[in-house]
Design a protein around this ligand. Structure first.
Ligand code: PXL
Length: 274
């Protein structure tokens, strides 16, 4: 059987356990060949480190894509994450149009913010470009902050099911087919994920109060690995949530490790058991 090929476009944060440095090991562990289109190189991620170095790769991206076109390289799934610049969006469209096999999937994690705020690199134009990108996706994986920015809804810490269903309705009005919305909490001490592909489903689990950077990327990569393996949307959303919880539990005791989660030592075991 042919191995499915994924192309992921996101930044390389050289240190800090996020974006490509977590996507590659996780997708490989699920058995998928993964190519990368790095949007930028950063010394670290942008949350919690000061004076990080950033090198934007916008000028190099068309050269990489053109070479792939000449080689006739094609992919089965396009996964986009943290990009970094408004110039990057056009390259995702180019890949979708020219480098995907028939029946391929486009999965967009609209990485832009958390806890009600945008990450430092992003503003209104980035949000507006992300909104346009949603139409191109088969599945989107926002957290609640990102969903609120995309739908121009107020970000709330406390809410009911109607608030979440309204956000999902607005996302659908933007042209989205399937939503996997993370960080949805209807009761204290619990959190979970809403999956909506026409049918609303909710997976709820215990909430660990400490939050770590990069867990969104770990969630998306695990979700994609499991979804390509099983084609079961809800099961994949649930397993990815369980994996993130296991990663946080593994990290929380180590106070010298605040910048990301220690997923490496539990990844192989988790994948083999699911
Ligand atoms: O985990 C998302 C992410 C990825 N890459 C970079 C980031 C962030 C979030 O802040 O700064 C560079």
């Amino acid at each position: 059987m042919k191995t499915k090929k994924i192309i992921t476009m996101q930044d390389i944060s050289c240190y800090g356990q996020c974006s490509i440095t977590v996507a590659l090991p996780i997708l490989s562990a699920y058995g998928f060949e993964t190519a990368i289109l790095p949007s930028a190189i950063l010394s670290t991620h942008t949350a919690g480190f000061k004076d990080f170095f950033v090198h934007d790769l916008s000028e190099d991206l068309p050269k990489i894509i053109d070479h792939w076109k000449k080689e006739g390289i094609k992919y089965d799934l396009l996964y986009s994450g943290y990009l970094g610049d408004n110039k990057h969006f056009q390259y995702l469209l180019d890949i979708k149009k020219n480098l995907l096999n028939k029946g391929s999937l486009v999965v967009v994690d609209p990485v832009m913010g958390d806890h009600g705020k945008l990450y430092p690199a992003f503003g209104e134009e980035y949000v507006s470009n992300m909104k346009k990108l949603l139409k191109e996706a088969d599945i989107i994986l926002p957290n609640l902050t990102e969903a609120c920015f995309l739908t121009e809804k107020e970000y709330k810490e406390e809410y009911n099911e109607k608030y979440i269903k309204d956000i999902i309705k607005s996302l659908k009005q933007l042209g989205v087919k399937t939503v996997v919305l993370t960080g949805v909490s209807y009761e204290k001490g619990k959190t979970g994920v809403v999956v909506d592909d026409g049918k609303y489903q909710y997976y709820c689990h215990d909430k660990i109060e400490t939050s770590y950077h990069g867990t969104g990327d770990i969630y998306s990569s695990s979700f994609i690995g499991m979804y390509l393996k099983t084609k079961d949307l809800f099961y994949s959303a649930k397993c990815a949530a369980d994996f993130v919880v296991e990663c946080i539990k593994k990290t929380i005791k180590d106070k010298s490790h605040p910048y990301g989660v220690k997923f490496e030592s539990i990844l192989a075991d988790f994948v083999s058991k699911h």
